[in-house]
Design a protein around this ligand. Sequence first.
Ligand SMILES: Cc1cc2nc3c(=O)[nH]c(=O)nc-3n(C[C@H](O)[C@H](O)[C@H](O)COP(=O)(O)OP(=O)(O)OC[C@H]3O[C@@H](n4cnc5c(N)ncnc54)[C@H](O)[C@@H]3O)c2cc1C
Ligand code: FES
Length: 362
Amino acid sequence: MARARFHSLPVAEVRPLTAASVEVTFAVPDELRGEYDYLPGQHVALRAHVDGRELRRSYSLCRPPEPGRISVAIKRDLGGAFSTWATSELRPGDAIDVMSPQGTFTLDSERMQDRHIAGIAAGSGITPLMALAGSVLAASSTSSFTLVYTNRTAVDVMFLEELADLKDRYPARLALHHVLSREQRSAPLLSGRIDEERLRRMLDTLLPPDTVDEWFLCGPFELVQLCRDVLEEYGVARERIHFELFTTGEPGEPRGDVGHPVVVHEGERTAEIEFRLDGLTSTVTTPVDANESVLNAALRVRPDVPFACTGGVCGTCRARLVSGDVRMTENYALEPEELERGYVLTCQSHPLTDRVVVDYDV
Ligand SMILES: Cc1cc2nc3c(=O)[nH]c(=O)nc-3n(C[C@H](O)[C@H](O)[C@H](O)COP(=O)(O)OP(=O)(O)OC[C@H]3O[C@@H](n4cnc5c(N)ncnc54)[C@H](O)[C@@H]3O)c2cc1C
Ligand code: FES
């Protein structure tokens, strides 16, 4: 996998989706096409200066891959710094920094053949599923997709028209169920919050788990957790349940210590962190008592070390632990199989040994 890096990309189009969300399309120049190839379900980090502060936030790519353009859908989060700015200020012709795509919440074309894929999304969690549903249905004439999409009310539904168009294009292979938590729909099953009881009824009637090959869940922490637990009780294997979290649901976001200044004093006990990035090996020391993250320390000597959320959610700061040991505080991004292969989130990793070696290039 090529290392993620930022390039400034021009905004080609800003299209309102709902009163609180926009689709932003960036033009990808020919010479950068290879860097922005992606699999449906992946995300990019955007970087901008807002009120004098550098902000980085991740956004899922919302369309099936298409050469020369990439699109994200941004929903305004009440009081949110980046989303408020992006949904009100971004205009065609502006340019902002976009990182090359990342993420494992995806399917390659082989795993799209002759499959029944199910997606459960809430609110802006629809974005990666828009890309996945469109791609799966186009990739194989014997694949089908069932999408359960929950919102508060009908006016909150993002991509309402695009979803209807997709349903028109694939009437027999796309099953689309809009669930509204604060509005009555004609079917009682689709009116109200998705709690355990409603979820079980949906699985028993609309979406029997034994008909589904893979599951993709994207929404708030509690909904994703509920779906994972109930699906496991229905006997669905963990490796067939993929999930993407946009936040951990903790108020105030669990931001890491990135940017936190750490000074190494003479005679202090330190650990040594060695890391490879873009083929170049660098070393930095960190005071043991500072309990600094590997990422924070690495940024002291290489400002181009990749990161976005700093809260263990996006996976942008992933690297492979080559030697030594670390303690990871949070992990909402790495799959069990990546952990087994030695990957860590460097924004959440704190050295436990005197020397730690990580590799961002693998
Ligand atoms: C992999 C990934 C993919 C994502 N994809 C999408 C996507 O496709 N579309 C999308 O819209 N979003 C997506 N997100 C979420 C996105 O990255 C941002 O987190 C989101 O837009 C909010 O950012 P913000 O800067 O507007 O809010 P922030 O300023 O980060 O604030 C977040 C929330 O916390 C509250 N808050 C902030 N500071 C405090 C405080 N001190 N105390 C209490 N509350 C506080 C704010 O009011 C706000 O509600 C994704 C996230 C990840 C990790
Ligand atoms: S920067 Fe997002 S998980 Fe580390």
